[in-house]
Design a protein around this ligand. Structure first.
Ligand code: SAM
Length: 282
């Protein structure tokens, strides 16, 4: 038995007991380890930052996917940037989409997730609607076509390869790649621990979208309280859908969840005062 240290924050660490290492190597882009933990099951970390655990991945993957998908209501083409573990892709494919494109910079993350974390993707990579592109998301987003109804940025944090996915240039290109009425959602850290990220990403998205906001979810392994999920849309009506409409849409195409409900969909945009105060700076 060994201990794996998460070193995302300068003055705070999490330490996970590791009872078995399935894979550990430095890939072309980052250090990748997949190990077993008695509390959370299999865990993947990149550059010493926990990315996903079998135990609580449902929270993050359900919320970052179903909130935009059910707010939009008619998304046929979806783009996922990052997401190499396949969890977001799995949730996207529960909707009647025609195409789901996943752009992941690190082929090893996809390969090792398929091999050692099959319970996360659950066959999503093999769905006929899926297209996996191994590329830097910033380059892919700079292209003019194709357009997407929903874009989900399931990236690492703004350090290393993920840093480019938090720039204004990237968000400007995301805005261009969305169809009219499209929605962008982003992994945006834990506001209590990463206050600056919340403020500067809101500032960088605001010039390019009609509506920019955050919604929250409680992910046990993303330590520090609520996780902040970035929201940007070309149609402000999406964020104001009444719970009756979200319930109707969910019941028209029901699928099992462990965290998401139509009620949580509406409630998750209600933010604690300290987060509202941070956003007032943006
Ligand atoms: N749920 C996790 C979180 O909230 O931090 C993210 C999980 S997912 C494994 C993050 C993925 O983003 C990784 O597979 C990483 O390789 C990918 N990634 C980082 N930078 C990227 C970039 N510039 N383009 C595409 N994918 C990138």
């Amino acid at each position: 038995m060994t201990w794996v240290h998460e070193k995302l924050y300068p003055h705070w660490r999490q330490i996970y007991e590791s009872t078995r290492i399935y894979f550990e190597a430095r890939t072309e882009h980052q250090h990748l380890v997949i190990f077993d933990n008695p509390t959370f099951g299999r865990v993947m970390a990149l550059d010493d930052v926990v990315q996903v655990t079998e135990g609580d991945e449902f929270v993050y993957h359900e919320m970052l996917t179903h909130v935009p998908m059910l707010a939009h209501g008619r998304a046929k083409r979806v783009l996922v940037v990052g997401g190499g573990d396949g969890g977001i892709l799995r949730e996207v494919l529960k909707h009647p989409v025609e195409k789901a494109v996943l752009v992941e910079i690190d082929a090893s993350v996809v390969a090792m997730s398929k091999e050692h974390l099959p319970g996360i993707s659950k066959g999503a990579f093999d769905d006929p609607r899926t297209e996996v592109v191994i590329a830097d998301g910033v380059d892919y987003m700079a292209r003019a076509e194709p357009k997407f109804d929903v874009i989900i940025i399931d990236s690492t944090d703004p350090v290393g390869p993920g840093e480019v996915l938090f720039t204004e240039e990237f968000y400007k290109n995301c805005a261009k790649r969305l169809t009219p009425g499209g929605i962008l959602t982003c992994q945006n850290g834990v506001p209590y621990m990463q206050r600056e990220e919340l403020v500067y990403t809101q500032k960088r998205r605001k010039p390019h979208f009609a509506d920019c906001a955050f919604f929250v979810a409680a992910v046990p392994t993303y330590v520090g309280g609520f996780m902040g999920l970035g929201w940007a849309s070309h149609d402000p009506a999406h964020r104001a859908r009444p719970v009756e409409e979200i319930r109707r849409r969910y019941q028209a195409n029901p699928f099992p969840t462990q965290y998401y409900t139509p009620e949580i969909h509406v409630a998750c945009f209600a933010l604690p005062r300290f987060i509202l105060d941070l956003l007032a700076q943006a």
